[in-house]
Design a protein around this ligand. Structure first.
Ligand code: NDP
Ligand code: HSE
Length: 430
């Protein structure tokens, strides 16, 4: 039965994502009403700069007093698309206290303080939904939280940052420079307000923390995630990857240890073979592999950033939360019962591509190989090229613990014949 009294929605933030949320709420109002079973009414839009022109938004709805808006007491759902830690965190908890459920796209906040937010939602009997926080439009949070709730997920591997994928793709395909590619990503609305979050891997690390927590039913914070950005990736790395039949991607990798007693979460650039499905993920698209015990390998692919795609995920959550509200229930809360510890990066086992500048003289290759052997890191392939007494040596290893590789590199740096370590990159997806 259709309820005629509308559900009241407050929108916090009206930037790249918020403006698209407001637009879709208006243009799809009839469909949303039919799908929810009641109309939804946008009753307020909190922003920082009230004088900005905002197409399609009734100026009477605009306010700079977000706190007063969430404290009104008659709001059913607050949509938080401001971003950052504060004031978003206080606004969300205040919304719970004053009767509203919350839909948020704020991965930074969820990865920093998700447990406290979930606890506050539960205490007040509200929903906290955040599909848009990970991989934009791609349904990933709900499949992990709900569809795979009966399975055991062992690994999540993916490209979860559109900006960096866009940059690496442009550098790889058109030879564009790093800055030129970043400017283009920013103009298209993919990059965060401060692109450091994207290029230094903080954005992907936040998403990895959220994914690991949901996938393994534990708590992982952004500080638990090993993080390396793409600012050190050079044209030479990309060329070297090509020579190996690989491409370079910024990957988020969350794994359950073989003994099932701990998990790891990491974000770093890695070489992956061109034959791997992630290699063909272009521009700002995201793709995530989920490996579950019974389901096997699942791949989720789609637009991972941008106003409209992200708003699609927000609106999906809005519909779900409104349906729960009308049914007098709430959706799934936090599931963190396994309490699995997060192991340090040193325990991660993978393959490595190491590029060294060495003296080109007899015995150097043997010296280098000895250092690898002393650290129990097995060499898979070696390629040398050089002239005039200098050589470039590219070593690709078999699988080894990260700590063993770090020890190897530290020892290599001490050799007189090693002029420098030009790059170290992990090789994944084989
Ligand atoms: P924008 O910077 O484009 O928009 C932020 C909005 O918040 C602006 O409207 C701004 O107001 C408003 N705002 C900032 N501070 C305050 C405040 N103190 N009180 C009230 N309003 C405030 O960000 P995005 O739309 O890109 O991102 C929003 C959220 O969505 C973030 O958490 C982000 O991580 C997440 N997200 C973004 C994606 C994307 O592709 N852009 C994809 C997935 C998630 P004003 O307009 O006046 O400046
Ligand atoms: N800046 C983020 C990205 C937005 O590029 O993926 C989506 O979270």
């Amino acid at each position: 039965m259709m309820r005629t009294r509308p559900l009241k929605v407050a929108l916090l933030g009206c930037g790249v994502v918020g403006s698209e949320v407001a637009r879709i709420m208006t243009t799809h109002a009839d469909d949303l009403t039919a799908r929810i079973g009641a109309p939804v009414e946008l009753v307020g839009v909190a922003v920082r700069q009230p004088s900005k022109v905002r197409a399609g938004i009734d100026p009477a709805l605009i306010t700079t007093d977000a706190t007063a808006l969430v404290k009104r007491g008659d709001i059913d759902v607050v949509i938080e698309v401001i971003g950052g830690i504060e004031p978003a965190r206080t606004l969300i908890t205040t919304a719970f206290e004053h009767g509203a459920s919350v839909v948020s796209a704020n991965k930074a906040l969820l990865a920093e303080d998700g447990a406290a937010l979930h606890a506050a939602a539960e205490e007040h009997g509200r929903d906290l939904y955040y599909e848009a926080a990970v991989a934009g439009a791609i349904p990933l949070v709900r499949p992990l939280r709900e569809s795979l709730a009966g399975d055991k997920v062992n690994r999540v591997l993916g490209i979860v940052n559109g900006t960096t994928n866009f940059i690496l793709d442009k550098m790889d395909s058109s030879g564009a420079g790093y800055s030129e590619a970043l400017d283009e990503a920013t103009a298209l609305g993919y990059a965060e307000a401060d692109p450091t979050a994207d290029v230094e891997g903080f954005d992907a690390a936040a998403k990895a923390a959220i994914l690991a927590g949901i996938a393994f039913h534990t708590r992982v914070k952004i500080g638990d995630v090993h993080r390396e950005g793409l600012t050190e990736v050079t044209a030479a790395d990309i060329a070297s990857a090509k020579r190996m039949g690989c491409t370079v991607k910024l990957l988020a990798i969350c794994e359950r240890a073989a003994d099932g007693q701990s998990v790891t979460a990491r974000v770093h650039p890695a070489m992956i073979p061109l034959t791997h499905p992630l290699a063909s993920v272009r521009e700002a698209y995201n793709a995530v592999f989920v490996e579950a015990e019974a389901a096997g390998q699942l791949m989720f692919y789609g637009p991972g950033a941008g106003g409209a795609p992200t708003a699609s995920a927000v609106l999906g959550d809005l519909v779900a939360v409104c349906r729960n509200k009308l049914g007098g229930s709430t959706g799934p809360g936090e599931s963190a019962y396994t309490r699995l510890p997060v192991s340090p990066m040193g325990e991660v086992v993978t393959r490595y591509h190491i590029s060294l500048d060495v003296a080109d003289k007899p015995g150097v290759l043997a010296q280098v190989a000895t250092v690898f052997a002393e650290h129990d890191v097995s060499i898979d392939t070696v390629r040398q090229s050089g002239k005039d007494g200098e050589a470039s040596l590219v070593v690709v290893t078999h699988r080894a613990p990260d700590a063993a590789l770090s020890g190897t590199v530290a020892a290599l740096r001490k050799l007189d014949t090693v002029r420098g370590v030009a790059s170290i990159m992990r090789v994944e997806g084989e």
